[in-house]
Design a protein around this ligand. Structure first.
Ligand SMILES: NC(=O)c1ccc[n+]([C@@H]2O[C@H](COP(=O)([O-])OP(=O)(O)OC[C@H]3O[C@@H](n4cnc5c(N)ncnc54)[C@H](OP(=O)(O)O)[C@@H]3O)[C@@H](O)[C@H]2O)c1
Length: 258
């Protein structure tokens, strides 16, 4: 049972790994000894984060705006020029759009679906040769898609395209898990509750809004880096090798017991 949570030496790609939850995930993987590629739309932030995380191990920046499938393919080609195997793909980059129902704009659909659903699909499709190259029955390659409680239950966020996109990525994870099981690639969705990042800043901007949110969370707090890194490490290591096609809730009890 030694080494159950060991991920040292694995190669990982974390989209949106320069900021927010992606950065937390990337730092956790780097500190655990994985070689980690991170993306951001902003080259300077991407490079700065990679420099900072390189203090703990190996981290490399690849700037990419994943709004188009062509950009996802270009990202994979860049990875292919540097690596022959990818063990862990974390589809973390995500876009949201909030507006009242009456004025919710049509343009809030295509870009949100592109980043949150089509991008992850294209990355999986194009990375298949590299994912398969390192995958065995005992140690499958891992695809982890970052989902949201908003895609699992009706959170009142007025984020219509975002909620639908997250429901879509949860389901797409299961479909891909079924198709890729025989290739020894697991695919899971991590369904997140509330973490204090830029994406949730508007919900937390007033003290009483934060208190209202906390009052709804059975465990009484927001998520932390330890919470997300713990679950990602589990799913990426031998410990999580038998988990596929799952929606893993990381929400302080909001979905299960609120
Ligand atoms: N925070 C929460 O409570 C919460 C809850 C449920 C789910 N999530 C999910 O967690 C993931 C990370 O979100 P976060 O909370 O860390 O929010 P965030 O701080 O706003 O981060 C969003 C990330 O997505 C990247 N991104 C956005 N649009 C992109 C694009 N067109 N191309 C490439 N990258 C793009 C951003 O990269 P750059 O800005 O650096 O380009 C950034 O790294 C998302 O999938 C989100 O839906 C978060």
């Amino acid at each position: 049972m030694t080494g159950l949570f060991d991920i040292s030496g694995k190669v990982a790609l974390v989209t949106g790994g320069a900021q927010g939850l992606g950065r937390m995930i990337a730092e956790g993987l780097v500190r655990a000894g994985a070689r980690v590629y991170i993306t951001s739309r902003k080259a300077d932030i991407c490079e700065q984060t990679a420099r900072e995380l390189s203090e703990f191990g190996e981290c490399f920046p690849i700037p990419a705006d994943l709004t188009t499938p062509e950009a996802a393919t270009a990202l994979v080609n860049e990875i292919k020029s540097r690596e022959s195997v990818v063990h862990i793909l974390i589809n973390n980059a995500g876009k949201t759009w909030g507006a009242p129902l009456e004025s919710f704009p049509d343009k809030a659909w295509a870009s949100v679906m592109a980043v949150n659903v089509q991008g992850p699909f294209t990355l999986v499709r194009d990375l298949l040769p590299l994912l398969k190259a390192g995958a065995t029955a005992e140690n499958p390659a891992r695809v982890i898609n970052i989902g949201s409680l908003a895609g699992a239950k009706a959170e009142r966020l007025s984020a219509y395209s975002y909620s639908a996109s997250k429901a879509a990525i949860h389901h797409l994870s299961k479909v891909l898990a079924a198709d890729l099981a025989e290739s020894h690639i697991t695919v899971n969705a991590v369904v997140l509750g509330y973490f204090p990042t830029q994406m949730t800043a508007h919900i937390r901007k007033e003290d009483d809004e934060t208190q209202k949110l906390l009052a709804r969370v059975p465990l009484g707090r927001l998520g932390t880096p330890e919470d997300i890194v713990g679950l990602i490490t589990f799913l990426s290591s031998r410990a999580g090798a038998y988990v596929t096609g799952s929606e893993m809730y990381l929400d302080g009890g909001l979905s299960g017991c609120a």
